[in-house]
Design a protein around this ligand. Structure first.
Ligand SMILES: Cc1cc2nc3c(=O)[nH]c(=O)nc-3n(C[C@H](O)[C@H](O)[C@H](O)COP(=O)(O)OP(=O)(O)OC[C@H]3O[C@@H](n4cnc5c(N)ncnc54)[C@H](O)[C@@H]3O)c2cc1C
Length: 478
C-alpha cells in the first residue's frame, strides 16, 4: 500500500482529497485594491499552516519572509538538535488531509519498514517535509522581505519591509505576526555578560560556526534542550572540554507540557479564567522542561562533557585571554561561554514594538497574581483575545485588534496553540475561523449587496407555461 518512491502518487491523492473537500472554495472576499486582506509575517511552520487554513476558507493571504527561499523557519539554523522532541506520528500542519502529514510523506518515500524503524524525526528531514508541505499548499510568499516597522492605523496596519534594494510599504487590513521567537523576544543574556567582549560569548541560537571550538574549553550556561544541543555540537566539533553550568540542583524529570497535552487542553485553554492561566503557566515555568532524552545522551556519551549542578555564576573576569567564571563553589577557566538561557520578551528591541507596547494590554495590566506567584516576565506578555488579537490599552479607536500574535509570545493567553507542532493546526484553524467571521462582518454591506445583485438564476422562467387553457380542477371566481 505504501510502495517506496511514491511521492507522486501521494501528491495525486492530495489533489483528489482537496477536490473532494471543494478546496479552494469559491471566492467571497471583496478587495478594495486587489491586495489580499491578510498579511502574515514569516513563512515558518505556523505561517504555512495558517495560510492553508485560510485557503480552506477561501481567504487570500500573502506571506513576507526575511530569509531566502528554502531556508525558512528555525530548523536548518539556528537549531542544532539531531531529532525533534515530538513523537514521529504528530499530524502537525496537515489540517483536513491525512495525506499531508509527515507520516504520509515519509512512508510514500521510504516505505513502511523504514517508517517502523524510525524512532524520532531528524531535524533536517522535518525541514524537508515543511518545504514539501509549502509546495503542495502553495501560499503566496515574498522572500527576502524583513519587517522593520509596523504602525497601527485607524483601519489598517502600515508595514515597512527591508528588501535587497529598497524599503517597501504595504497597508494590511489584518496582519499576523508569525515570526517565531523573533516576533516579540530577544535572546536572554545574563547581566554579567554585558561587560564581556563579544568574541568570548554567544547565545545558543546564534547560528555560528562551531568548528572554531576545536581544542577549546567551552562553558554552556543553562539546562535546556538548547544547552544539550550546543554542548553536543561543540563536542562533535572537537571541543577539548565542555562544562555545562546549571543553576538548579537537578534536571527537571517530567515534561509537564507533554503531560497536559490532549484535545480538551487544546480546545479549552483560551477560555480558561485568567487565574487558571496564570496558575498553570507559573507552575510550568517553575517546574521547567527536561532536556530531551536523546539530546542528553548525545552529550553524556562524551567523556569530556561535565554536568555541573548548583552552579550559579557570580562573576566572570578575563585574564590572559581566558574567561575565569566564578560560582559560589568553583572557578572555571574557559575559552568561550554559550548562553543556552532561552529568550525573553523584549518590547524595546525595535521601534515598532517600543511603540506598540503603549497601545496594547499586557497581562500585568489585567491580572494581579497572589504574592507567592508573582513573576515579572509573565506580566509583560500581551493580553490577547481568544482569537489571538492584541487588545487596546487606551485608545479603543486604534485598531490593534487587526494585529494577531500567532507565535510563542501568545502562550500566556493561548497556551498550547502556539509555539509547538502539536497545537499549530488547532491554532491556525481558530485564527482562520476568527478572521473569516471578522472579514465577513466588516464587509457586511458589500456582501449583502452582492447577494441582492446576484444574477445566478436557478430558474429562467421558461421551465413552465402559465397560459394553458383552464381545466376542470380550477375555476375563476366571478
Ligand atoms: C531548536 C528548536 C527545536 C524545536 N523542537 C521542537 C519539537 O521537537 N517539537 C515541537 O513541537 N516544537 C519544537 N520547537 C518549537 C516550534 O515548533 C518551532 O520553533 C517552530 O519552528 C515554530 O514555527 P514558527 O513558524 O512559529 O516559527 P519559525 O519556524 O521560527 O518561523 C518564523 C519565520 O519568521 C521569519 N521572520 C522572523 N522575523 C522576521 C521579520 N522581521 N520579517 C520577516 N520574516 C521574519 C523567520 O525567518 C522564520 O522563517 C522547536 C524550536 C526550536 C527553536
Amino acid at each position: 500500500m505504501y510502495p517506496k518512491n511514491n511521492l507522486k502518487e501521494l501528491e495525486k491523492q492530495i489533489k483528489i482529497d482537496l477536490e473532494n473537500f471543494n478546496i479552494p472554495p469559491k471566492d467571497w472576499i471583496s478587495s478594495v485594491n486587489n491586495n489580499p486582506p491578510i498579511v502574515i509575517i514569516g513563512a515558518g511552520m505556523s505561517a504555512l499552516c495558517l495560510a492553508f487554513a485560510l485557503k480552506i476558507k477561501g481567504i487570500p493571504c500573502v506571506l513576507f519572509e526575511k530569509k531566502e527561499e528554502g531556508y525558512e523557519g528555525a530548523w536548518l539554523s539556528p537549531a542544532l538538535m539531531e531529532n525533534l522532541r515530538s513523537p514521529k506520528n504528530l499530524t502537525g500542519p496537515a489540517l483536513i488531509s491525512p495525506s499531508l502529514t509527515f507520516q504520509a510523506w515519509y512512508k510514500a518515500q521510504f516505505g513502511l519498514t523504514q517508517w517502523d524503524e524510525l524512532e524520532k524525526i531528524p531535524r533536517v528531514t522535518w525541514h524537508r517535509y515543511l518545504q514539501w508541505f509549502k509546495t503542495i499548499t502553495a501560499p503566496k510568499i515574498h522572500y527576502k522581505h524583513e519587517l522593520i516597522d509596523l504602525i497601527v492605523e485607524r483601519k489598517s496596519i502600515k508595514l515597512t519591509f527591508k528588501t535587497e534594494n529598497e524599503e517597501q510599504i504595504y497597508a494590511a487590513e489584518h496582519c499576523v505576526l508569525a515570526m517565531g521567537m523573533d516576533s516579540l523576544s530577544s535572546p536572554n543574556i545574563p547581566n554579567y555578560a554585558s561587560h564581556l567582549p563579544q568574541k568570548f560569548w554567544e547565545h545558543s541560537y546564534a547560528g555560528t560556526d562551531y568548528t572554531r571550538f576545536k581544542g577549546k574549553n567551552i562553558g554552556i550556561v543553562g539546562s535546556s534542550a538548547g544547552a544539550m544541543d550546543s554542548a553536543a555540537t561543540a563536542l562533535e566539533h572537537g571541543a577539548e572540554v565542555v562544562e555545562i553550568l546549571c543553576r538548579t540542583d537537578d534536571f527537571p524529570r517530567v515534561n509537564r507540557s507533554k503531560a497536559a497535552s490532549n484535545q480538551g487542553y487544546l480546545s479549552s485553554y483560551a477560555y480558561w479564567s485568567d487565574t487558571q492561566k496564570w496558575d498553570f503557566q507559573y507552575y510550568l515555568k517553575k517546574e521547567g522542561t527536561p532536556p530531551p532524552f536523546g539530546s542528553t545522551l548525545r552529550v553524556s556519551k562524551h567523556e569530556n562533557a561535565y554536568f555541573n549542578f548548583n552552579e550559579t555564576i557570580d562573576k566572570v573576569v578575563i585574564q590572559s585571554n581566558k574567561l575565569h567564571v566564578y560560582t559560589e563553589q568553583h572557578h572555571f577557566i574557559l575559552d568561550h561561554l554559550i548562553f543556552a538561557t532561552g529568550f525573553k520578551l523584549d518590547w524595546t528591541k525595535n521601534i515598532w514594538l517600543e511603540r506598540l507596547q503603549h497601545q496594547v494590554k499586557k497581562w500585568k495590566e489585567v491580572y494581579t497574581p497572589e504574592q507567592s506567584q508573582s513573576y515579572d516576565e509573565m506580566g509583560e506578555y500581551p493580553y490577547l483575545s481568544p482569537s489571538f488579537e492584541f487588545t487596546p490599552k487606551v485608545d479603543e479607536s486604534l485598531d490593534v485588534s487587526r494585529l494577531y500574535c500567532f507565535n510563542y509570545n501568545a502562550h500566556m493567553s493561548q497556551g498550547p496553540l502556539v509555539g509547538m507542532i502539536g497545537g499549530v493546526a488547532k491554532g491556525a484553524e481558530t485564527l482562520a475561523e476568527a478572521l473569516a467571521k471578522k472579514i465577513y462582518i466588516e464587509q457586511y454591506g458589500t456582501q449583502i449587496n452582492h447577494v441582492k445583485a446576484s444574477e445566478d438564476f436557478e430558474l429562467q422562467g421558461d421551465e413552465w407555461i402559465t397560459d394553458k387553457t383552464y381545466r376542470n380542477t380550477k375555476r375563476k371566481i366571478e
